[in-house]
Design a protein around this ligand. Structure first.
Ligand code: UDP
Length: 336
């Protein structure tokens, strides 16, 4: 199998490239390195470039035959998407359509798309299944929904088969410490809390304590990055088997509040995590929890690392591996 992984130098994409290589697939990563890291691409061929560049895509699709394309390259910050919608519509919609159009022109007929729980907007019920109405409440979610809709149209008209995988909260790191999360700037809860644990940040801010949840903080469904990669692999096998287009929600089906994540991190790291209270962040629903029954029954997806402690422990190993100096300083400063 020959797979093009767009955004293979990023957080989830790099785990995917590693997994594909483990499973014996040939992999080409295409990444513009705007947020990814060249050294995170542990296998296959690397092409430095942008999906906005149609000539590059034409050359790539002419040079070799791809069985499928996986697309991880997108802008992912909800807050930024409201402030800078041009960036989001350009990258997540226009450039993705450029990729799809090049695939169509070169007869590449299978596509696996990184979608998001943000396509659902404010949930009417939880856990959220695939039947839930899709009404995003921020530009980020709207750009992802637009591509989901385009994919349905491209299938109807051109027979392009796709699987949309709607991640809830991707977290964790490679269990052997080969890969992990390296966003600049970091905005995600678990890596931020771990940066506090390792002494790289003075405190973590809790965005709102007045939500309609048991402890007042937002509840999310954290899913291990390698479990997400595994779902892509299963989706790829399904498409290779001739299955039709589909969309699946990917999460563990259990929600953890911001406060619970901080508590679990304190226990795992055996460190006090200083916390400040801040205002709500725009566009944050109180509770996002996945019903991933469909992925279980149709993709045969069973998460290997469903518990939050393992997810945080793997991310903690990664944080310490990446920043051994702050770890050392911290241990020297700490009373024994
Ligand atoms: N959050 C927080 N403080 C932070 C970062 C995040 O309280 O410094 C909260 C955020 O409001 C949300 C949850 O943690 O309720 C998860 O946010 P994250 O950015 O990790 O993922 P998202 O849910 O936006 O995909």
């Amino acid at each position: 199998m020959n797979v093009l992984v767009v955004g293979g130098a990023g957080y989830i994409g790099s785990h995917m490239v590693w997994l594909l290589a483990q499973r014996g697939a040939r992999v080409v990563t295409l990444d513009n390195l705007s947020s990814g890291h060249r050294d995170a691409v542990l296998a296959g061929q690397f092409v430095h470039g942008d999906i906005a560049d149609r000539n590059l895509l034409d050359r790539l699709f002419r040079s070799q035959r791809f069985d499928a394309v996986m697309h991880f390259a997108s802008c992912i910050q909800v807050g930024e998407s409201s402030r800078e919608p041009i960036k989001y519509y350009q990258n997540n919609v226009v450039n993705t359509l450029n990729l799809l159009n090049a695939m169509h022109a070169h007869g590449v007929g299978r596509f696996i798309f990184s979608s998001t729980a943000a396509v659902f907007g404010e949930p009417e019920y939880v856990p959220i299944d695939e039947m839930h109405r899709r009404e995003p409440i921020n530009p980020y979610g709207r750009t992802k929904l637009m591509i989901e809709q385009a994919l349905a149209d491209y299938d109807a008209a051109y027979g392009l088969k796709s699987v949309c995988l709607r991640y809830f909260n991707a977290a964790g790191a490679h269990p052997e410490g080969l890969l992990g999360e390296r966003h600049e700037p970091e905005t995600h809860l678990i890596p931020l809390v771990l940066q506090v644990a390792s002494g790289r940040r003075p405190h973590v801010t809790v965005f709102g304590r007045d939500y309609d949840t048991p402890d007042g903080t937002c509840i999310r469904d954290y899913v291990h990055v390698l479990d997400l990669a595994e779902a892509h692999w299963l989706a790829l096998l399904q498409l290779m088997d001739g299955a039709g287009s589909a969309a699946y929600n990917l999460g563990n089906g259990s929600g953890f509040s911001v406060q619970e994540v901080i508590g679990a991190t304190q226990r795992i790291c055996r460190r006090e995590i200083p916390v400040r209270d801040g205002p709500r962040r725009d566009g944050d629903p109180a509770r996002l929890v996945a019903d991933a029954t469909l992925a279980g029954s149709l993709l045969d997806w069973t998460p290997l690392y469903p518990d939050i402690e393992t997810i945080i422990a793997h991310a903690w190993d990664w944080e310490r591996r990446m920043h051994p100096v702050s770890e050392l300083l911290r241990s020297l400063l700490e009373p024994t």
